[in-house]
Design a protein around this ligand. Structure first.
Ligand code: 1HE
Length: 263
């Protein structure tokens, strides 16, 4: 049987688990360092998502999630090529961030440099206890180029990112959770299960809710407040008047829908 992901390069693997599309970084011998082929493979995966896809789960093979940019690609470049390279990452990571479906990253081991930039473009991040985060660009004499100065600063603030890059410090799983790098910390080996559970959970949200969360919320948050309030009222009106929302509200009022209980 053919799979929508048959044509992916061997450094990434794609598979469907029901209506969840699973992308695995599969270059463990190079610690999933992100070279041009892998970045192109990520793009092909997202381009080829079947229409029925409800969410994407991103994880990685081997001991580490990703060692970041493949540094062998940095050695002989001139500034225009380096700009094009960075802009290509921007284009593809933007497709993840502003695509049609929620993307959940499950991380373990090193989540470093471009690897951290990649997960920052995802919507939900699950960390296994083995995780550590770093931005070693500072010590390599370079700078982030995969959108990190926009997205990682959003997660942890300019000051923390600046300090991380200046000093080369690492954050472990609990510290990363505390500063906003992950939403969940799981025991080693349990991340994927949690990621899949979350993917299934967000996959059954009303489509308009996921649209609002992925497309509208980040833009509203970055608008001036008055424009944000107007956009919010429009989004809210569109979402709540959708038949699916009406059906869910009716189910609650008829006591057929679950209550909001602590879990
Ligand atoms: C690599 C890379 C890489 C490993 N590019 N080849 N990222 C970094 O500065 C992190 C660099 N990597 C490391 O610090 C370590 O490799 C790890 C801590 C992640 C893992 O250590 P370890 O002991 O498990 O593996 P290793 O022996 O260091 O690496 C195994 C192989 O992967 C080895 O190749 P081999 O041919 O000798 O077997 C390494 O050379 C290779 N490898 N990491 C190329 N990054 C858009 S801008 C983003 C800018 C950045 O991301 S900067 C951050 C770069």
């Amino acid at each position: 049987m053919t799979s929508p992901f048959d044509r992916l390069p061997s450094c990434v693997a794609g598979a469907m688990q029901g209506d969840i599309a699973v992308l695995r970084l599969s270059r463990p011998d190079k610690r999933n360092a992100l070279d041009d082929t892998m970045i192109a493979g990520i793009e092909m995966f997202f381009d080829g998502l079947p229409a029925e896809t409800k969410a994407v789960l991103l994880h990685a093979q081997g001991e580490h999630f990703s060692a970041g940019l493949d540094l062998t690609e940095l050695t002989v470049r001139k500034a225009p090529e380096a700009i094009a390279h960075s802009r290509n990452w921007h284009r593809i990571f933007r497709q993840i961030e502003f695509g049609h479906v929620p993307v959940i990253a499950v991380m373990h081991g090193a989540v470093v440099g471009g690897g951290l930039e990649l997960v920052a473009a995802c919507h939900i991040r699950v960390a296994e206890r083995s995780v550590y985060y770093a931005l070693p660009e500072g010590s390599r004499g370079i700078f982030v180029g995969g959108g990190g100065s926009v997205r990682i600063t959003r997660l942890i603030g300019v000051s923390r990112m600046m300090e991380m890059m200046m000093t080369g410090r690492t954050y472990d799983a609990d510290q990363g959770f505390a500063i906003g790098l992950s939403h969940y910390v799981m025991e080693d080996g349990k991340g994927l299960e949690k990621g899949l559970e979350l993917a299934r959970q967000v996959g059954v949200n009303a489509p308009m809710t996921n649209f609002a969360l992925i497309q509208a919320l980040p833009r509203i948050a970055e608008s001036d407040p008055d424009s944000g309030f107007v956009m919010e009222s429009l989004m809210s009106a569109i979402a709540s008047t959708e038949p699916e929302a009406q059906a869910r509200l009716e189910a609650f009022l008829a006591k057929r829908a679950p209550k909001v209980l602590r879990r």
